[in-house]
Design a protein around this ligand. Structure first.
Ligand SMILES: Cc1cc2nc3c(=O)[nH]c(=O)nc-3n(C[C@H](O)[C@H](O)[C@H](O)COP(=O)(O)OP(=O)(O)OC[C@H]3O[C@@H](n4cnc5c(N)ncnc54)[C@H](O)[C@@H]3O)c2cc1C
Length: 451
């Protein structure tokens, strides 16, 4: 069995590792960096920048902790080196796991050349591969509309921002979804003035309004300007100034503009037609619950599959595909349930949620029990001088089974794991209440919210 994978992000590398562990002969074709956009451009550099901003924000509050206030100077070159060191280290770690499992790595551009045929254009020439099974995991890239003259200097996509040459004096962020608000947080905590263009009346339009309100309050406290109900339609650069014009005539001016309005799938150069693989009107490759495309031995995963665009989801799809390639559809092969994927937004406070949302339950007319505890009641939050936010748990009133939850507050992205485990394994609120947790910790708020 020869399994050929095109694209070495989280989906491709996880599939390669697991399939090789299960005894399959695996070839992974990657044109750029092992670890993918996730490690190189998206998850890791953004969180490294946020960590530096967080350290600065913490030092800003140092007087509250009984220290003399200090304001450190930002060294963008050192920050750049730090990010490069982290991504290189992660790439090497993933590569050594793959090679230790005897995965064959081919550096080059991959494409289909028939249902069982993959071609890799490498520096050494063309390599033709016969495959019993194929995984397409080529990810996505930032969406750039015609009206956005990206120059990588003053008009940026997220990939130009780690960090830019100079810290923006005033950054205009276009897009108030997860990526947009993370960049607002990142740059405002590093010291930039920020204007956020919000197309609706709420940042994070798909999130619980109560959750979005906490974030908006934090943005306003920091002096972030919110331009609500406006859609950017034009960006004009003149010298060192950038003007973003909106559909209602308003104009946001700054020193830099950053576009965070979604991504588009990397399917265009895969020549999927030669293999008979269908692509939807947006370029995504539709899949079934086993991540198979319309051609059963060709799988797709990660951002390319148009499911939840999260690294964690891509990795899990990769693992499930490896199992399916080896053992096929058996009773032990559990389907992925995307509704149970935890997700987080690394702002300050952090925001995380999993499973059923309160608003969706109401919309469905479903009976739920909602319990909520503010962090202001948790000793550890007071000790850490950050009592913002709350824990909310949603459960079934009849059985007590945990259906979902959201957390706003420090370390929310870590704390949500407990609720995610409960949602995935069907634990009851009582199981959380009866866990004897460490005191004083933020986790205690979880147990209280479960009461
Ligand atoms: C700014 C930002 C921050 C994010 N932060 C998070 C986060 O904190 N947590 C989270 O879970 N998700 C986050 N995401 C989403 C996450 O990055 C993606 O969901 C994830 O990268 C998808 O993984 P993937 O395996 O599909 O593809 P990718 O990581 O995009 O990897 C695809 C790989 O395929 C390669 N490739 C493409 N075409 C070819 C070809 N023809 N031949 C060979 N190789 C090819 C590319 O070079 C790339 O290495 C973030 C996204 C953005 C934009």
């Amino acid at each position: 069995m020869h399994f050929v994978i095109i694209g070495g992000g989280p989906a491709g590398t996880q599939a390669a590792t697991y399939a090789a562990r299960l005894g399959v002969d695996v070839t992974l074709v990657e044109r750029d960096v092992i670890g993918g956009a996730a490690d190189m451009w998206d998850c890791i550099p953004s969180k490294a920048m946020i960590a530096t901003g967080g350290a600065m924000a913490f030092l800003d509050r140092s007087h509250e902790m009984g220290l003399s206030p200090v304001r450190p100077l930002l060294d963008l070159e050192r920050l750049r080196q730090r990010i490069a060191a982290i991504t290189t280290r992660l790439g090497h770690a993933t590569e050594s796991i793959l090679t230790s499992q005897d995965v064959r790595l081919l550096r080059g551009e991959g494409r289909m050349a028939g249902p069982h045929s993959v071609v890799a254009e490498t520096a050494e020439g063309r390599v033709e591969l016969e495959a019993d099974a194929v995984l397409l995991s080529t990810g996505s890239r930032p969406r750039i509309p015609e009206w956005a003259p990206i120059d990588g200097d003053r008009v940026l996509t997220t990939r130009d921002a780690y960090p830019p040459k100079d810290l923006p004096h005033h950054l205009v962020v276009i897009g108030s979804g997860v990526t947009g608000v993370e960049f607002v947080h990142m740059f405002s905590s590093l010291g930039s003035q920020v204007t956020l263009i919000v197309s609706r009346q709420q940042v994070l339009p798909t999130k619980d309004p109560e959750v979005a309100a906490v974030l908006e309050a934090d943005f306003l406290r920091r002096g972030v300007k919110l331009m609500k109900g406006a859609r950017a339609v034009e960006i004009e650069r003149s010298g060192d100034e950038v003007a973003v014009r909106c559909d209602d005539g308003r104009v946001a001016t700054g020193s830099h503009a950053l576009l965070a309005i979604g991504s588009i799938p990397n399917s265009g150069s895969l020549e999927l037609g030669t293999a008979g693989v269908e692509v939807d009107e947006h370029g995504y490759v539709p899949i079934n619950h086993h991540c198979q495309t319309n051609v059963p031995h060709i799988y797709a995963a990660g951002d390319l599959s148009g499911k939840l665009p999260l690294s964690s989801v891509a990795s899990m799809q990769g693992r499930k595909i490896a199992e399916h390639v080896v053992i096929g559809h058996t009773v032990s092969h559990r389907h992925l349930n995307y509704d149970k994927a935890a997700s987080a937004i690394f702002t300050e406070p952090e925001i995380a949620d999993v499973g059923l949302a309160e608003a969706d339950a109401f919309a469905e007319g479903r009976k739920i029990r909602v319990t909520k505890v503010p962090f202001a009641a948790a000793a550890k939050a007071l000790i850490d001088d950050d009592a913002r936010g709350f824990v909310k748990i949603i459960s079934d009133p009849a059985t007590g089974v945990v259906l979902g939850g959201s957390i706003v507050g420090q370390h929310a992205a870590e704390l949500i794991s407990v609720i995610a485990l409960a949602v995935t394994t069907g634990l009851r609120v009582q199981d959380i209440v009866e866990s004897m947790l460490v005191h004083p910790t933020l986790s205690e708020a979880l147990a209280e919210a479960a009461e």
